[in-house]
Design a protein around this ligand. Structure first.
Ligand code: NDP
Length: 310
């Protein structure tokens, strides 16, 4: 069997692509990957997705998108695509279980993942006090002391969220300014139990057999010091999940898939990309959903106008 369109990724971009593709009569197949619902499932409440006057629980939003795609008749499957290979004008996709599928088009909507500092000590305590998701793991640090690394909106959001649960939150910032939006900066500055450690880099995460006990920091001046902690959170941005697909989709120097002229077309005809995997700037649920819609429309136009003539 040859599919018209296989969508890789179960976030706002993937589900919206499935909704639009199904409505266009393309009978899409979507692989939801390791984290159905995508990055939004690692947050709690979302206030800026339009259409919900009191905001909406992020998991409820993703469940509704998923259900909408399924109710319209799109086929959703667990699992990940490990490889895309060209086969003439078609593509062979290999799944994590080894199964192969043939398709006329592919939409890559694999999103982005949290970045880590790359320290050996950080790796050692992952899941033992080191986390990149405050809303997933913050609960474990009620009335404790934690640190968040980063100075952008993610770090500031994580710090203010953790400050509502924890006794004390240190924000470890490598420069003497925050990159976060003005509103977010004001929130951080106005939160009593957040202390910003300016001009500091993390040298080592400290711990024992039970997990994180602190962190060793180094100031720009070269001075080193330790801070006692129960938890260590990363908020230093994300990297696009494009590694497996660079043979069919050219990426920029940061790994984001390059799309053509505001469309979702990649460097290979028949391969499209939507959502955070191709967006280094906006990275919002609503912009990801919108690019999923564009991808399905681009696929439809490609199948109608290009594919048959190849
Ligand atoms: P950003 O790239 O904006 O910020 C990353 C932060 O981490 C910067 O302060 C950066 O420092 C710091 N950093 C990066 N690498 C290291 C390192 N190795 N060691 C120490 N610090 C490091 O990423 P975000 O995830 O914060 O935001 C991404 C986008 O998503 C932005 O457009 C943001 O506005 C948006 N966003 C919006 C939210 C909202 O509106 N509610 C919530 C979260 C994100 P430096 O500044 O020195 O480079």
């Amino acid at each position: 069997m040859k599919h018209n369109i296989i969508i890789i990724g179960g976030g706002p971009a993937g589900y919206t692509a499935a909704i639009y593709a199904q409505r266009a009569g393309l009978q899409p197949l979507l692989f939801e990957g390791m984290l159905p619902g995508g990055q939004l499932t690692t947050t709690t409440h979302i206030d800026n997705y339009p259409g919900f006057d009191g905001g909406i629980d992020a998991n409820a939003l993703m469940s509704a998108m998923r259900a909408q795609a399924e109710n319209l008749g799109a086929e959703l499957r667990n699992g990940s695509v490990q490889k895309i290979e060209r086969d003439g004008k078609d593509f062979i996709l290999t799944l994590d279980g080894g199964e192969s599928l043939l398709t006329k088009t592919v939409v890559i909507a694999t999103g982005a993942s949290a970045k880590y500092l790359g320290l050996e000590s950080e790796e050692r305590y992952k899941g033992l006090g080191v986390s990149a998701c405050a809303t997933c793991d913050g609960f474990f640090y009620r009335n404790r002391t934690v640190a968040v690394v980063g100075g952008g909106d993610t770090a500031c959001e994580e710090a203010t969220y953790l400050a509502s649960l924890c006794k004390k939150v240190y924000l470890i910032v490598r420069r003497d300014v925050l990159r976060a939006s003005e509103a977010m900066q004001q929130r951080v500055m106005g939160t009593e139990n957040i202390e910003i450690l300016w001009n500091c880099n993390t040298k080592e995460v400290l711990g024992d057999e039970y997990g994180v006990t602190g962190v060793r920091l180094v100031r720009k001046s070269g001075e080193e010091f330790e801070v006692a902690l129960d938890g260590f959170f990363l908020g230093i941005g994300h990297h696009p999940n494009s590694e497996l697909f660079t043979n069919v989709a050219k990426v920029d120097d940061k790994g984001y898939i390059i799309t053509e002229n505001g469309s979702t077309r990649t460097s290979t005809p028949g391969v499209f990309a939507a959502g955070d995997v191709q967006d280094s700037i906006y990275r919002q649920a609503v912009t990801a959903a919108a690019s999923g819609a564009k991808a399905a429309m681009d696929v439809k136009a490609y199948l109608d106008n290009v594919y048959e003539k190849l």
